[in-house]
Unconditional design. Structure first.
Length: 366
């Protein structure tokens, strides 16, 4: 990262503790951003608006390609915290260069003085939309996205989060709507607007110590909702959210779907989340092994969850390789059955050879 970026990050930290949320704070944050040449980006169409930003599709004349541009058109009317979060999201996402994290190309201010950042224009659909289509019985989606294909998507999401954790950041808003599935199988984790740095304990360092409930009910971890566990928001919270994504991939439904927002918060806080098999469509198979993994990742107590995304990922890989995940607490009989399944070709070959040997022995003995 260059000196300008480091200076800008330091400004956001300093301003985060300043008492005055006036326009001067916004202006000082924008000092570190470069103005955009008017002729570089040309508007094509709006992609969408939500929260504090809008996203446009624009043409980048310098690279002759279409890119997505995030803007904050009403930035002067926004509280300072929103401006800080917008710029911090751009700079953080730019730092997290990973195949499963959306690439940021440029950060600056436009002709009106609004901050912006450009990123790769993603084609395809959100994971939430994909799951919705499967739930509706779309035969093409159901045939294409087998349980193993869905687990491959999940592993790529885990890769993105694990990488962010290794760089000492947590996402804090992981959900299917923030995952893009490309037309050629790309898996991209989006929207790092709630991301926060991690301390040495793996807990989030939130601006001003603010640990109020954020994120999306159903995927948001219980520790956000209780003052007693608020200090544990961080890596464990992302693991809970990943468990929620795994839940949706297994059940084709969000955790606590069908509940009101208030009910979701209450049941999240109490840990009263039904198993994926109970939320799945009638006749839909949810492997018990994966249900156990999901349950451990979404444990109410953060200390009972997986200690890292790596551990969670290893459980999924174990299942895909024909082994029992540790969370399953498989019986000896279950482990023996899995052993036979993993080595069924070798065992079948040995049985055929044994049968052939006995047949030949019987023939020659006569």
């Amino acid at each position: 990262m260059d000196t300008k970026s480091i200076t800008l990050i330091e400004k956001t930290r300093i301003l985060g503790s300043a008492p005055d949320p006036g326009a001067s704070a916004a202006d000082s944050l924008l000092e570190g951003l470069s103005p955009k040449p008017q002729e570089r980006y040309s508007f094509i169409r709006s992609i969408g608006f939500g929260g504090m930003k809008g996203v446009l599709l624009v043409h980048d004349a310098d690279t002759d390609r279409e890119v997505a541009m995030a803007i904050m058109p009403d930035f002067r009317e926004r509280p300072r915290a929103d401006l800080e979060r917008f710029i911090a999201e751009a700079l953080l996402t730019a730092r997290l260069e990973h195949p499963n994290i959306v690439p940021v190309h440029d950060v600056g201010i436009d002709g009106s003085g609004s901050p912006f950042f450009t990123m790769k224009y993603l084609r395809g659909q959100s994971l939430a939309k994909l799951i919705q289509r499967m739930r509706a019985g779309d035969p093409q989606m159901v045939e294409k996205y087998t349980v193993y294909r869905r687990l491959q998507i999940f592993l790529r999401i885990c890769n993105a989060v694990d990488f962010a954790h290794s760089r000492r950041y947590c996402h804090l808003d992981i959900k299917p709507a923030n995952v893009n599935i490309g037309d050629f199988g790309e898996v991209i984790l989006l929207d790092w607007g709630l991301a926060a740095p991690l301390d040495d304990r793996g807990c989030a360092v939130l601006a001003g110590g603010d640990r109020r409930a954020k994120g999306t009910p159903g995927y948001m971890s219980p520790e956000f909702l209780s003052p007693e566990t608020a200090s544990q928001v961080g890596v464990a919270s992302d693991i809970y959210s990943l468990g929620g994504v795994l839940y949706a991939l297994l059940a084709l439904a969000s955790p606590l779907s069908g509940c009101s927002q208030e009910e979701k918060l209450k049941r999240t806080a109490s840990g009263d989340v039904p198993k994926p098999s109970a939320a799945a469509p009638p006749g839909w198979n949810v492997p018990a092994s994966l249900e156990a993994v999901c349950g451990k990742a979404m444990a109410r107590n953060p200390e009972e969850r997986y200690r890292s995304v790596t551990e969670l990922r290893q459980e999924i890989i174990a299942f895909m390789s024909g082994y029992a995940p540790r969370a399953e607490h498989a019986s000896l009989m279950r482990r023996a059955a899995l052993f036979l399944m993993r080595h069924r070709l070798a065992i079948l070959t040995l049985l055929l050879l044994a049968a052939l040997f006995l047949l030949l022995r019987s023939y020659f003995s006569d």
